[in-house]
Ligand binder design. Structure first.
Ligand SMILES: *[C@@H]1O[C@H](CO)[C@@H](O)[C@H](O)[C@H]1NC(C)=O
Length: 325
């Protein structure tokens, strides 16, 4: 009797149990590499853009735990101050500051950089984390299409304005958050600003490709300075970046997508790991111009190897922002 019951029951029990274990392992795998090395960042100064939420906030939290002095550079000062308070509370690190930076405005970027330099003589880590994704056609204050404007041009200007402090503080690091989406991008040399036609996905991919080209070109120009610059793909992370994706805003969309997100999408904590690895791991002290994902070096998409397009982008970026190196 018992024997029969066991035989009937076992597939019913083991099936789901095995699936559960399988799903759990798959989920763990999907979370990607974790940066577990202990480092002491006391006395090191960092700037993180766009960090009142998501992986930016998580990055600041971990930098604060490790003792760094951190400038949170955000557009929404109320949210920034709220996040800062939470981080100071959680880490007991008082050296976390909230400062206004609107990457849509070159005036704001210049003001932020000047203000920072008045407060600090050193900058060891600049993390270009802020980003917009998949937004309807919008322009920045200076008339740049929003995605190339914020994701690339704003950070281009910010980085160039801070290069003198970075050089004075060497060894120092610039970390550029790109995305695997760069693989689907191309630099539209006839219409970089999407004035003739706008495709929100294409504009996003173009901006993420621009992040990688900027990283590679800047690393060449910084040779011998002991300032490194590397790009990364944080993984597909459940953050507010998806705020513009229509389907995920509906109730049904949220319900259907929840289990898939749980399995396949990184937590915010996992999403910050490659940033922390690239910013902090002593092993990468002299590594520059590279691209990482899941705490490992990765090859860039072939579009990112087009050095002519990269030169075009660099020249345009200088023209648009008025910043030169
Ligand atoms: C980190 O280094 C500072 C001095 O540089 C030291 O005072 C502090 O105790 C260190 N923290 C840890 C956790 O080792």
């Amino acid at each position: 009797m018992g024997e029969i019951r066991k035989r009937v029951l076992s597939p019913l029990v083991y099936g789901p149990a095995l699936s559960a274990v399988g799903i759990y392992l798959l989920r763990r795998y999907m979370q990607g590499g974790q940066f577990t090395k202990k480092t002491n960042e006391t006395g090191r100064v960092a700037i993180v853009t766009g960090c009142n939420t998501g992986i930016g906030k998580e990055t600041v939290l971990e930098l604060a735990r490790r003792g760094a002095t951190i400038y949170m550079a955000c557009r929404d000062m109320q949210k920034c101050e709220q996040a800062r308070k939470e981080i100071v509370e959680a880490t007991k690190n008082p050296n976390v500051f909230a400062r206004e930076l609107d990457l849509c405005s070159m005036e704001s970027i210049r003001k932020f950089a000047a203000g920072f330099k008045k407060e600090q003589k050193k900058l060891h880590i600049l993390i270009n984390n802020a980003g917009v994704m998949d937004c309807p056609k919008m322009l920045t204050t200076d008339g740049f299409e929003m995605q190339i404007g914020v994701n690339h041009m704003g950070h281009f200007l910010l980085t160039l304005l801070l290069l003198d402090v970075l050089k004075n503080s060497a060894p120092s690091r610039i970390v550029v958050l790109s995305s695997i989406a760069h693989r689907f991008g191309s630099i539209n040399q006839d219409d970089l600003n999407s004035e003739e036609s706008y495709d929100r996905k294409q504009a996003y991919c173009q901006s993420k490709l621009a992040n990688i080209m900027f990283t590679r070109e800047l690393s060449k120009r910084l040779r011998g300075t002991r300032v490194t610059v590397n790009a990364l793909h944080p993984g597909v992370v459940n953050t507010e970046l998806f705020r513009n994706t229509f389907f995920l805003r509906t109730k049904l969309g949220k319900l259907l997508i929840a289990p898939i997100i749980w399995i396949f999408i990184k937590t915010v904590r996992s999403g910050a790991q490659t940033t922390l690895y690239v910013a902090l791991d002593p092993i990468l002290k002299e590594v520059s111009g590279q691209y990482f994902s899941d705490c490992r070096p990765k090859r860039v998409g072939s579009a990112a190897l087009d050095d002519d397009a990269a030169k075009f982008l660099w020249t345009e970026s200088e023209k648009w922002t008025g910043a030169h190196l």
